[in-house]
Design a protein around this ligand. Structure first.
Ligand code: PLP
Length: 439
């Protein structure tokens, strides 16, 4: 008997009672290896003593101070640290409580920026069909995840979507990577022109796609071309790093690898590492200046923004992530994970593609490897994989998704960065067993 409205009502969930390192234990004494960091959240694993101590110290001082009355040293320290570590041009931080809140705030910031600078006619947001930007109404509207949007479509604000950068399915056999990236950039440009060259607020994209047939990086050069198109029409570039940021792909910010300068970046998940709910928007000096020299405020706010205990947890998490060797370890473990998956699952008739970057890997499941045909959605292959994985003591993150009317099933792996080689091998072994049993 439960009084919680769980995500899936029929599911009988085990009760998690303790977590240590890369393992979670349930009330029956079963141990699960956390192969997905929950939903790409637990970047430092469970029970990290330094993060817990930082939270304790902050709670002894002050647990909550409303941001219309006070700022706090800890929130200021976190903001300074993030700006110091971020790619050049991300100069300010707006702290929130999670990923959807970060995306909502970024969209409103982008809109208000144009109001402040005298271009209030700009009202369109463009995103990609392969994307998930959060579950609140605005963020859901921006995302292209058809399954998550379906029943809310009539009440979602209008947004516009263009093709994703999804080489496995969309790059033509006779097309070079450059030509593919150029085709996608041209499509974005055409969409901007269709909506009106001075009517578009922002283009939103995940540098590495997460929850929608995910762990899909863009082809090299794609984001540079996208930036050029945005610049041509004064459109802001919002990169959503809620899932792929904070070291997940082997650099603290995923956009570093794309060599692109965004106007706004959203972060969450790994920022608090699961120790506290926290997210943030990072913004450029240009946007900050428009607010500071204009109305003098950002017309937005939530009760828990800048929460001191959340900021203390995040400040310690980010400090640990920035220590020498940490990102190199993520890269090395990521390569081991990819190589192990290729060797173990690469020949499986039901594994179409294995991709990703750092400790963020996706396995796309197909009914027919050569024709790339998907499984019948009614089979709910992703749900079967999850069940089989849990039975084998593995947490992974399988999901179904629909892009351009085509259904697909995939599994995300996003283990904590403290993972060791033998634990990587354990994840691969258990996942291979789960996929074989489920397909
Ligand atoms: N943006 C991206 C890219 C995400 O993957 C998610 C969650 O999975 C969100 C936004 C929403 O974050 P949250 O679930 O913390 O609201």
């Amino acid at each position: 008997m439960t009084r919680i409205l769980h995500r899936s009502i029929a599911a009988a969930l085990p009760h998690a009672v303790s977590g240590q390192g890369v393992y979670i234990q349930d009330a029956e004494g079963r141990r699960y290896i956390d192969g997905s960091g929950g939903a790409a959240v637990s970047c430092l694993g469970h029970g990290n003593p330094e993060v817990l101590e930082a939270m304790r110290v902050q709670m002894d001082h002050i647990a909550y101070a409303h941001t219309s009355f006070f700022t706090t040293d800890v929130a200021e320290r976190l903001a300074e640290r993030l700006v110091r570590l971020a790619p050049e041009g991300l100069d300010y931080v707006y702290p929130v409580s999670g990923g959807s809140e970060a995306v909502e705030a970024a969209l409103k910031m982008a809109r208000q920026y144009f109001v402040e600078i005298g271009q209030p006619q700009r009202r369109h947001i463009i995103a990609r069909r392969q994307s998930y930007h959060g579950n609140t109404i605005g963020a859901l509207a921006a995302g292209g995840n058809a399954w998550r949007r379906a029943q809310f479509q009539p009440i979602l604000p209008e947004t516009h979507h263009v093709s994703p950068c999804y080489a496995y399915r969309d790059q033509r056999p006779d097309e070079t990577t450059d030509a593919y990236a150029q085709r996608l950039a041209a499509e974005l440009e055409a969409k901007i022109i269709e909506l009106g060259a001075d009517q578009v607020i922002a283009f939103v994209a995940e540098p590495v796609v997460g929850a929608t047939m995910g762990a899909v990086p863009a082809v090299p050069g794609y984001f540079r071309l996208i930036r050029e198109v945005c610049d041509r029409y004064g459109v802001l570039l919002i990169l959503d790093e809620v899932m792929c940021g904070m070291g997940r792909t082997g650099s603290l910010f995923a956009c570093t690898a794309e060599e692109v300068r965004p106007d706004l970046v959203t972060i969450a998940k790994g920022l608090g590492g699961g120790y506290q709910p926290i997210g943030a928007v990072m913004l450029s000096e240009q946007i900050y200046r428009a607010f500071a020299d204009g109305s003098g405020l950002f017309q937005h706010g939530h009760t828990y923004i800048g929460h001191p205990v959340a900021a203390a947890a995040a400040d310690k998490v980010v400090e640990i992530l920035s220590r020498p060797g940490m990102m190199e370890h993520v890269q090395a473990m990521g390569e081991r994970l990819q190589a192990g998956l290729d060797a173990t699952l690469g020949q499986s008739p039901h594994v179409g593609d294995i991709r990703g970057r750092g400790l963020f890997r996706g396995i796309e499941l197909v009914a027919d490897k050569d024709g790339k045909a998907s499984f019948d959605p009614a089979l709910r292959i992703h749900a079967r994989v999850k069940k089989e994985a849990m039975a084998r003591g593995l947490m992974c993150y399988p999901m179904g998704g629909t892009i351009d009317g085509v259904h697909g099933d995939h599994v995300l792996l996003a283990p904590p960065y403290i993972i060791q080689p033998e634990e990587i091998d354990q994840i691969i072994d258990r996942l291979a067993g789960a996929i074989a049993a489920a397909t």
